[in-house]
Design a protein around this ligand. Structure first.
Ligand code: ZN
Length: 414
């Protein structure tokens, strides 16, 4: 109890901070930022624009990262210049627009994690709206909207809330309280689609897939109904809504998470033969995000995979003996990994990490007479201000257990 009350105190401190920020909001100054994307059925490219509307020059300049193989600048109101591989843009007073062309197709190995067909398009906002950098001296905040202009007969779904009234009716409101400049980065599906919605543990869930894809929308909802409540109970912060986008080949045969949203290939099993769940793995990334240092991707991937097994065990979806069998399987597979360290943790490395985190869970319970476990450590990992390394996780585990953790290897101090 001791440790979980610490976690709760941390969570309520965050809430107080958010409340204080909300009180200040009245005094804050805002400018409008409108992200527009015009899609054409079957066309590999789309035209996009960013419009800044400001009564005074609250935002004098911004830098955009527009990779040359991805973006082509079509024009901009106000001054632009290129420095250090970035495009600097000075939107003037009033309404200024920057227009560009962007490639929708995003290859990932031999498959794609962004694709447009004649009937639908699936992509991440992060890939189609250039990364923006706003100087720290700019204290004004953006009021950001996403506007999609779609081919006849298409509809769209995004992780954002829709504006129901006024001039921008139909736009999505992109509001991230922690950011001064909000950019739509989550998953988006446009086209002819089927959507199933439900509210589970106060989270509004939408599962969307193109018409004709063999997406397991209702089964996914069922799996979430069993498992999401436990995740929500354990997570320090929970999004109000979660969008799951599913699609067929040639989309990437895996899962990928983004803020408040995730992609999952429609052919993937809900629970794999090894006992883990690709869907719950991605949900774990969304609800329990951690910032791993370079070359320490095992932390991010191992934790999400461990949590997907853990939740299935907690909810009785996997029996205890099947869970233990899964851990044995992961341990054996992990033996093939020579090292944990990589910037892209795959199969063996993630398996090694899963077995290690399971051992650490048992060690934490034993050391604290059941007062603390891997979930307490997960919350401490999430709260870490510095990118996580093995050495930092050892430090956090020691904080909980009161002694050096034996389940984690000793590494040279970093
Ligand atoms: Zn992952």
């Amino acid at each position: 109890m001791l440790q979980s009350s610490t976690a709760r105190r941390l969570a309520s401190a965050t809430l107080l901070f958010v409340a204080a920020a909300a009180l200040q909001a009245d005094a804050e100054q805002y400018y409008d930022a409108i992200f527009e994307l015009r899609l054409e059925a079957g066309s590999d490219t789309a035209t996009g624009s960013l419009t800044i509307d400001q009564s005074s020059r609250l935002l004098p300049e911004m830098a955009l990262r527009m990779r040359q193989d991805q973006y082509r600048l079509l024009g901009a109101d106000g001054e632009t210049s290129n420095r250090d591989g970035r495009l600097y843009w000075e939107p003037g007073k009033g309404r200024s627009q920057l227009r560009y062309e962007v490639v929708l197709t995003q290859p990932r190995g031999e498959a794609f994690d962004g694709l447009v067909t004649s009937d639908w398009a699936i992509f991440r906002g992060d890939d189609l709206f250039p990364t923006t950098l706003v100087d720290d001296a700019v204290t004004a905040k953006s009021r950001s909207r996403l506007r999609l202009v779609l081919p006849e007969g298409w509809s769209a779904i995004t992780p954002y809330r829709r504006d129901r009234k006024g001039e921008g009716k139909g736009d999505w409101l992109v509001d991230k309280p922690d950011f001064r400049f909000d950019r739509p980065t989550g998953w988006i599906l446009a086209g002819r689609m089927g959507v199933r919605r439900d509210t589970i543990a106060d989270v509004d869930i939408a599962i969307a897939a193109p018409v004709g894809a063999r997406a397991q929308r209702v089964s996914m909802l069922a799996l979430l109904r069993w498992n999401l409540p436990w995740f929500v109970e354990e997570a320090p912060e929970v999004p109000r809504r979660l969008l799951i986008v599913s699609g067929p080949d040639p989309l990437w045969r895996g899962g990928l998470s983004a803020p408040n949203s995730l992609f999952i290939h429609s052919d993937l099993a809900l629970i794999s033969e090894d006992g883990s769940s690709p869907l719950l793995h991605e949900v774990a990334h969304v609800l329990f995000p951690v910032d791993a240092a370079d070359e320490e991707d095992w932390i991010d991937e191992g934790l999400a995979e461990y949590l997907s097994l853990r939740v299935l065990r907690e909810t009785g979806t996997l029996s205890e003996s099947r869970y233990q069998r899964s851990i044995r399987h992961f341990r054996k597979r992990g033996e093939q990994a020579k090292s944990l360290y990589s910037d892209d943790s795959k199969g063996e490395i993630t398996a090694k990490a899963v077995a290690m985190l399971h051992d650490l869970d048992e060690e934490l319970r034993a050391a604290t007479a059941g007062e603390a476990d891997m979930m307490d450590l997960t919350r401490l990992m999430m709260a870490s201000e510095k990118p996580l390394t093995m050495a930092r996780i050892r430090g956090l585990a020691k904080q909980l257990a009161g002694r050096e953790p034996r389940s984690l290897p000793v590494v040279a101090s970093q």
